[in-house]
Write a protein that binds this ligand. Structure first.
Ligand SMILES: O=C(O)CCC(=O)C(=O)O
Ligand SMILES: [Fe+2]
Length: 331
């Protein structure tokens, strides 16, 4: 097989172990800085809004991105992630629910270097799956106490705190169970043991779909179903990229540092296969058969999310996964 970026060994490692970590794939100046700059502008506008609303004591424009974000969390006592995320909420969406779908985020989804590896792993017809997030994970001590998970004592929530063990296949609807969905996780700032890097369980992708339970921190596979002896943390630097099979179990550590951890997790699947979240919009990111079908217009992409937001504000869909509220297995 002809490869764009991966070696045969890396490709085989992904198949056998359920992940491949490519160090130094992305370039700080070309691929990362412009995105961080865009989020800096989002934070600047948010800080002014919060200040005008009397929720924070200063606009903190003398602080760098991370410290400014932390000051906004601390003063406001709110979780601010939805203002940055490139996805909509899974309930109570309103016509003006915050979402950030700026041109640099679109550029990140269309990053050619990433797509070359994605093509190696899932083939040349690449659809950008709408299950996508930027996670700006603050130190857990600035998260509200309402985020404490009584079972673990840590502050959880997919959007800002500890992420419990899960498979991404478990988080989408069953229509995508046979979709070759690939998760691409990459940090924009160092992801360390202290600030809440990812943990993975190699080879867990070979065991089918595991049962997930609804917890206050999000969907979680119960510990007894996991090979926790094999689990290991994956500290990463900006530029490193982790590619995960849709059934590879992963979680993240609490952020016990004094800095924010910023990462993208984005997904791709072969065009035409179910995304598992069809109420959100995806797009053709690469097509060797029909290059004209690629979406290259950042404004059209943003508009597709705004249109979805209007639809969801009316329809209020709440069925985003298969797991039940009062599930006997989870009691
Ligand atoms: O970044 C995290 O803390 C969790 C990420 C995750 O679950 C994912 O990328 O699918
Ligand atoms: Fe995940």
């Amino acid at each position: 097989m002809a490869m764009n970026r991966l070696t045969e060994e890396e490709y085989q490692h992904f198949q056998d172990e359920g992940y491949v970590l490519v160090r130094g794939l992305l370039d700080q100046d070309q691929d990362i800085k412009p995105v961080l700059h865009e989020y800096g502008d989002v934070l600047d506008r948010l800080a002014h809004e919060l200040y005008d609303a009397g929720e924070i004591k200063s606009v903190y424009d003398d602080l760098g991105f991370g410290d400014r974000m932390i000051a906004c969390y601390r003063d406001s006592g709110r979780v601010l992630s939805s203002h940055f995320d490139c996805s909509l909420p899974q309930a109570s969406t309103k016509e003006d629910s915050p979402v950030w779908v700026g041109p640099e985020v679109f550029g990140a989804l269309r990053n050619e270097t990433l797509l070359d590896v994605v093509e190696d792993l899932i083939g040349p017809e690449v659809f950008s799956n709408p299950v996508q997030h930027i996670r700006i994970k603050p130190p857990q001590d600035v998260l509200p106490d309402s985020r404490v998970d009584p079972k673990t004592g840590t502050k959880g929530g997919f959007d800002a705190g500890v992420t419990p063990w899960h498979q991404d296949n478990g988080v989408v609807l069953p229509e995508a169970d046979e979709t070759n969905m690939l998760t691409v996780w990459w940090p924009l700032t160092p992801a360390t043991l202290q600030n809440g890097c990812l943990k993975i369980i190699p080879r867990s992708h070979k065991k089918g779909i595991l049962h997930h339970c609804r917890t206050v921190s999000g969907l979680a596979v119960p510990d007894p179903m996991l090979d926790l002896d094999r689990a290991f943390p994956v500290p990463m630097n900006p530029g490193d990229v982790l590619f995960l099979h849709r059934r590879t179990c992963h979680s993240s550590l609490p952020n016990v540092s004094d800095e924010v951890r910023i990462s993208f997790d984005i997904r791709y699947n072969p065009t035409g296969q179910a995304t598992g979240r069809s109420v959100f919009p995806g797009f053709v990111a690469r097509s060797r058969l029909n290059p004209d079908s690629e979406l290259r217009d950042p404004e059209a992409w943003a508009q597709s999310w705004y249109d979805a937001r209007v639809r969801l504000a009316v329809e209020n869909i709440t069925h985003y996964n298969r797991w039940l509220e009062n599930d006997g297995v989870c009691a």
